[in-house]
Ligand binder design. Structure first.
Ligand code: SF4
Ligand code: SF4
Length: 322
């Protein structure tokens, strides 16, 4: 088993990552590189530092402490030379304002369990539990399997939020101890999927069918949610929603609990800024009700209204029919 789990965040009181009030463990490392990724720091498996212009007070303690000379003061603030940085974290340790910080944090199994079990009364009171999201939890499947096994022993429900791009044996291992699967179907056309996420989608579709079968036969997994991010100009097209809807209707109507269309937001722009990366969606605002309405209508051709959910920040409509 992996001895430690590399995470970007452990967030308590979440309400969008499975039923009830939950703790969501955001795992670091992902095999996909979605151009719209809301958690860009979750993609890489190295635990590098990042710097926030907004929080920096310019004391230069980080520059002085760095033993590899990876940091310097430039015109626009602290410059990180990634070729020289060895991710030691010394600069983050001395930073008085947390402007310099490590992107991730490692947890041992007992440490993570004791952290999430502190909220047991909330899980019981509000029908929640623990979700592993990402990044991609299946990249660290040995740890997640054992983590979920221990949670089940404590009568805590478990949810796996996955992109589905993983070897079958990893999925099977985690599924034994999983109550809810939240499964991403982003783009139905495999060429488009490769263009925008870096990988084709055949394996993802095959794995979904495998999960559906195991849900039918084992009685272990309780619910299957499909999640589709609505990304303007990419996934948020009637053609894509229609194709995904058809796949759902033809293959998994009996085991689908919910199909969630997650409206785009640009809140993560600051993360790209901290990482010194350009984000193609910079400046793109929230979607409007009239953008969503035709997609909702298309999705309803495939699933009943009781199984369709639209989430995310949506601007009110302009009064015109979509
Ligand atoms: S993490 Fe270590 S090597 Fe990298 S910039 Fe900070 S002090 Fe330098
Ligand atoms: S130590 Fe922190 S506050 Fe000081 S210059 Fe470096 S990043 Fe800015």
């Amino acid at each position: 088993m992996d001895n430690k789990l590399l995470t970007i965040d452990v967030s308590h009181g979440t309400t969008h990552d499975g039923p009830g009030m939950r703790t969501t463990v955001f795992v670091k490392g992902c095999p996909l590189h979605c151009v719209w990724c809301q958690n860009p720091e979750s993609i890489g498996r190295d635990n590098g530092v990042w710097w926030s212009f907004r929080d920096c007070i310019g004391c230069l303690s980080c520059v002085k402490v760095c033993r590899t000379n990876a940091l310097s003061a430039g015109d626009a603030g602290i410059v990180i030379d990634r070729d020289l940085c060895v991710n030691c974290g010394d600069c983050a340790d001395v930073c008085p304002s947390s402007a310099m910080s490590l992107q991730g944090r490692e947890y041992g199994l007992e440490e993570l369990l004791s952290d999430v079990l502190r909220y047991r009364h909330y899980y019981n009171e509000f029908g929640g539990g623990v979700t592993c999201s990402g990044g991609e939890p299946l990249l660290q499947s040995d740890f997640i399997t054992e983590f979920f096994r221990r949670l089940k022993k404590e009568n805590i429900t478990t949810a796996l939020d996955t992109c589905g791009f993983a070897p079958r044996e990893r999925i099977g291992s985690v599924l034994q101890f999983t109550d809810y699967v939240l499964y991403d179907l982003k783009l139905f056309d495999s060429g488009m999927h490769k263009k925008y996420t870096g990988v084709p989608n055949e394996l993802i579709l095959e794995n979904l069918l495998y999960i559906a079968d195991s849900l039918r036969s084992s009685g272990g997994v309780k619910e299957l949610w499909i999640r589709t991010p609505l990304i303007p100009g990419v996934t948020a097209t009637e053609e894509n929603i229609r194709s995904i809807g058809r796949f759902i209707a033809e293959n998994i109507p009996d085991v689908l609990t919910r199909w969630e269309l997650c409206a785009f937001n640009g809140i993560c722009a600051a993360k790209y800024e901290k990482m010194g990366l350009k984000w193609p969606f910079n400046g793109q605002g929230a979607m409007a009700e009239e953008d969503i309405a035709p997609l909702r209508k298309t999705a309803l051709e495939a699933v009943p209204a009781s199984k369709l959910s639209i989430t995310g920040m949506i601007r009110p409509g302009n009064g015109k029919d979509a």
